[in-house]
Every structure is written in C-alpha cells, then in structure tokens.
Design a protein around this ligand. Structure first.
Ligand SMILES: [Zn+2]
Length: 242
C-alpha cells in the first residue's frame, strides 16, 4: 500500500515537472483576481483609434506593442495611446524576420531604436518587448541573453486570438478567444491575449470585453514592474527550441 502511495506521489511530481511553463504562467496570476492582459501588436495605425474607442467604452487598459516603422505619420495615435493610460511595449523596427533575428545584436539594436523613437515622440521609456512572431522558435539562447543584458523584458502570450486570419469569421474569433481565457482561469493562470491593430479586431474586441467583464475578469497592463518580468511561449512544446 505504501509502495503504491510512493509511486503515486512520484508520478504526480513527474507530471507537474513535465508540464511546461506552469511555474512561469502561475506567476502571472499574482493574487486571487482573474487577470487578463489585452495586448495589441503592429500599431500605431489609424485602425488603433477604433480599438482605443472600444477600450475607453469598457474602461479597460491594454498594452500596445509598437512597431517602429509605423510611428512616422501616426505620432498622434501613439500619443493618444499613452494619454488614455495604456501601456506601451516595443515590437521591433522592421518586423522583418530575417533582419531582426539575424544576430542577437541586430535584435537588440532594433529594439533600442524603437525605444528611442517612442521616447523622442512621447517622453515615455519602456523596457517591455515582444519580438515579431513571438519568441518560439526564433529566439535562441544567445538572443534571449542579449535582450536580458540590454535590460529588456520579453513578453509572449498564452491566448492567440488569431485575429489576423479570422477577419471573415468574427464569431469563431470571439468564442474561441473567450474559451481560451476561461480555460486559463480553470488552470488558475492569467491570460495574455494577443490581438492586432486592425479594424475587424475592434468589433470583436467589443464583444470579448463585454463578455469577460460580465464574468468579473480584471484587466491590467504589462509594464516594467509586472511579474514575472519575462513571459516566454514555453507552453508550445511541439516546437523545437534552441
Ligand atoms: Zn507583429
């Protein structure tokens, strides 16, 4: 009987160790509230204004990962994001996979460039980053080390709305995103939701926020002081990682 109990405990220990990122993910739920981090990539663009209107309507603060090449001509959009209390992250200058990930140095240089541009335009400096296409599988260990050395805090996501490919299927986008957030809550994990600055996402955002607010989720932003400071896509175990 005791032997059975020991093997059972060992099995439980093995299973809990084998689950990827559980510790990291648990850390993003830093008290008893059900946190959701809404994040938007690839702005600022004119479409960002639609998202801002929806966020204002629901009194939700979000995090916008800014693309350096989009700033010129959209300075007022960037300023409005900040004026309305949202957080800013860095999302590279080029969004060009080959150029950005070429070397650890090229990745850091691009992030520093967009960091500087945002500072010049708004006076805001952030160290929060999201690399183009996420950290899996492109960020090698030398890339991650170089980012950390430069003081950057890397954030992926754990709810992909797939809004870029579900433009014609808003129902699927909305239901699937809400389901993924609920599934995270069932695992006692906060949700970092990935969406993009595009007009079709704004209508879906309205639906998603209305439903999640009804379910008492708490919306908050990612800043330099948000634990666990780096949040990698470690749950993606199907992808080989370097
Ligand atoms: Zn992007």
């Amino acid at each position: 009987m005791r032997k059975w109990l020991v093997s059972c405990l060992l099995l439980c220990l093995f299973v809990s160790l084998a689950l990827p990122a559980s510790a990291t993910e648990k850390a993003i739920r830093h008290d008893d509230k059900q946190f959701v981090y809404m994040t938007f990539d690839d702005g600022p663009r004119p479409e960002t204004l639609l998202l801002l209107d929806v966020l204002k309507k629901h009194q939700v603060k979000a995090t916008f990962f800014i693309l350096g090449k989009q700033i010129k001509g959209n300075e007022d959009v960037l300023k409005r994001i900040i004026a309305e209390g949202h957080a800013i992250g860095l999302h590279s200058m080029t969004h060009d996979k080959k150029a950005f990930f070429k070397t650890p140095k090229s990745a850091v240089t691009e992030m520093k460039h967009v960091q500087q541009l945002i500072f010049q335009t708004t006076g805001v400096k952030t160290n929060v980053i999201r690399v183009p296409y996420g950290s899996v599988p492109h960020m090698t260990k030398p890339h991650r080390d170089a980012m950390a050395k430069a003081g950057f805090l890397m954030w992926d996501w754990n709810v992909d709305s797939l809004d870029w490919k579900r433009k014609d299927d808003p129902r699927l986008l909305q239901f699937d995103t809400i389901q993924k957030v609920r599934a995270n809550r069932a695992r006692q994990v906060a949700s970092v939701v990935l969406m993009h600055d595009q007009s079709t996402s704004a209508a879906s955002l309205d639906y998603i926020l209305r439903h999640l607010k009804r379910e008492q989720y708490v919306f908050t932003t990612i800043t330099d002081t948000t634990p666990p400071y780096n949040f990698y896509n470690k749950w993606n175990t199907n992808t080989s990682r370097k």
